[in-house]
Design a protein around this ligand. Structure first.
Ligand code: SAH
Ligand code: SF4
Length: 398
């Protein structure tokens, strides 16, 4: 949900996309604006272009390197300038509805946008790194049969501010300001939360641009992975314009099975998808493409499936690794998890063919933070609300 706003430029007014949802206090939220947009926001507030340029640079550092949200703490900005900024601008964080911690250390935040929509972010600590799983949409339109998020009816794109906000919030919670490369807990980002990132290309691109900016959060593109269920027409652009690592949710190796479990396959088939992977810029043996494969009992987990997976990856000559994800169940799901023996056997077959195929241990299952379990209660509430309204209507009619 970005809208275009004409910003007065020096030569020609150019439409610059900016985040929607005005604040009730009328101040402009600086979070999620690009460097140019930040400068333009200051110019629009009548700051001289030269001043605006300098202040934008300072603000960028305070916001993204130091994590500061209070203008009065910005020590290199004059005491008269600070209240001027505070009267016009704000630096927000997503509103936290609930923060949960799993027995295995995984953390999940339930977040609420100003319009009441809810989304989630998950932090997964490991011995040598920490990964933040970021959402790109509220819900998801793609309806993969094994994914809880796909059952949400409410769907909207998150804004760049809402996407970057998840990273800022995690940094706050982990106490990781200022942004120094040493000793960070949050080292990696995966676009694997709620939603299909390539259906929200612009906001995801803008947000990751901010996350990767060297003067701010400064996460390397090698530590960021974008996962897609296979939006083929956007994959080349993702490689060229965002340039992060690619993960592809394959999950099936035949048309019949993939059509069933990942309905998008009916639009963009396996061959098309794997060709787009082969063409993905920057993929090589040092930067391999990850193929995610959720293990569903008696559905996609046979020896024959494993052999066909190997054949396909070799046929397209893909620098690939395979992530085997045991299915995480949720109430009402139509599938079961493959047995551990089956998962191991499948993994062995792929490994024996020379392709790495680790089994992913589910994390944060006890707080519904594992892959595919993300689904916010706001949707349940809204459904309950709808039911109640329907009942009232019935009662009124009856
Ligand atoms: N929409 C994107 C990214 C989010 S999903 C995509 O589909 O790639 C992140 C990963 O979790 C995907 O590989 C997804 O298929 C997988 N997943 C979804 N539901 C799951 C479940 N119930 N158990 C295990 N993995 C699941
Ligand atoms: Fe959407 Fe990914 Fe879930 Fe499929 S697996 S419904 S694309 S979030």
């Amino acid at each position: 949900m970005t809208l275009s706003m004409p910003i007065p430029g020096h030569i020609d007014p150019v439409p610059v996309p900016r985040a929607a949802t005005p604040r009730p206090d009328g101040r402009i939220d600086l979070l999620g604006l690009s460097k140019l947009e930040l400068r333009m926001a200051l110019e629009t507030a009548q700051l001289e272009p030269k001043q605006a340029k300098l202040r934008a640079k300072q603000l960028w550092h305070w916001i993204y390197n130091r994590g500061v949200t209070d203008f009065s703490l910005m020590t290199d900005i004059s005491k008269t300038m600070q209240p001027w900024l505070a009267a016009r601008f704000a630096i927000s964080r997503p509103e936290v509805v609930e923060a949960q911690v799993s027995t295995d250390g995984t953390r999940k935040w339930l977040l609420r946008a100003p319009d009441g929509e809810e989304y989630e972010a998950v932090f997964i600590p490991d011995a040598d790194r920490g990964t933040l799983c970021v959402s790109s949409q509220v819900g998801c339109t793609l309806n993969c049969r094994f994914c809880h998020t796909g059952t949400m009816r409410l769907v909207r794109n998150l804004t760049a501010a809402e996407i970057v906000g998840q990273v800022m919030l995690a940094r706050d919670a982990l106490g990781e300001w200022p942004s120094t490369p040493e000793g960070r807990m949050l080292t990696n980002i995966v676009m694997m939360g709620m939603g299909e990132p390539l259906y929200n290309f612009d906001a995801v691109k803008d947000a990751l641009g901010i996350v990767m900016d060297g003067d701010g959060l400064a996460l390397s593109k090698r530590r960021i992975t974008l996962s897609t269920s296979g939006v083929v027409p956007m994959m080349a652009r993702a490689g060229a314009e965002i340039g992060v690592n690619l993960a592809v949710s394959l999950h099936g190796v035949t048309k019949e099975i993939r059509d069933e479990i990942v309905p998008l396959n009916r639009k963009y088939g396996i061959e098309q998808l794997l060709q787009a992977c082969a063409d993905y810029p920057g993929a090589n043996n040092a930067r391999r493409i990850t193929f995610e494969y959720v293990m569903l009992k008696d559905k996609n987990d046979s020896d024959a499936d494993a052999h066909e997976l190997v054949r396909l990856l070799k046929h397209y000559d893909l620098p690939a690794k395979v992530n085997l994800i045991p299915f995480n169940p949720w109430p009402g799901a139509a599938y079961e998890t493959s047995t551990p023996e089956r998962v191991r056997r499948f993994s062995d077959i792929v490994f024996e063919a020379g392709i790495s195929a680790p089994v992913r241990t589910p994390r944060g299952r006890d707080i519904d933070a594992a892959c595919g379990q993300l689904k916010t209660a706001s949707e349940k509430k809204s459904r309950a609300e709808l039911d109640r309204l329907a009942e009232e209507k019935q009662a009124a009619l009856g």
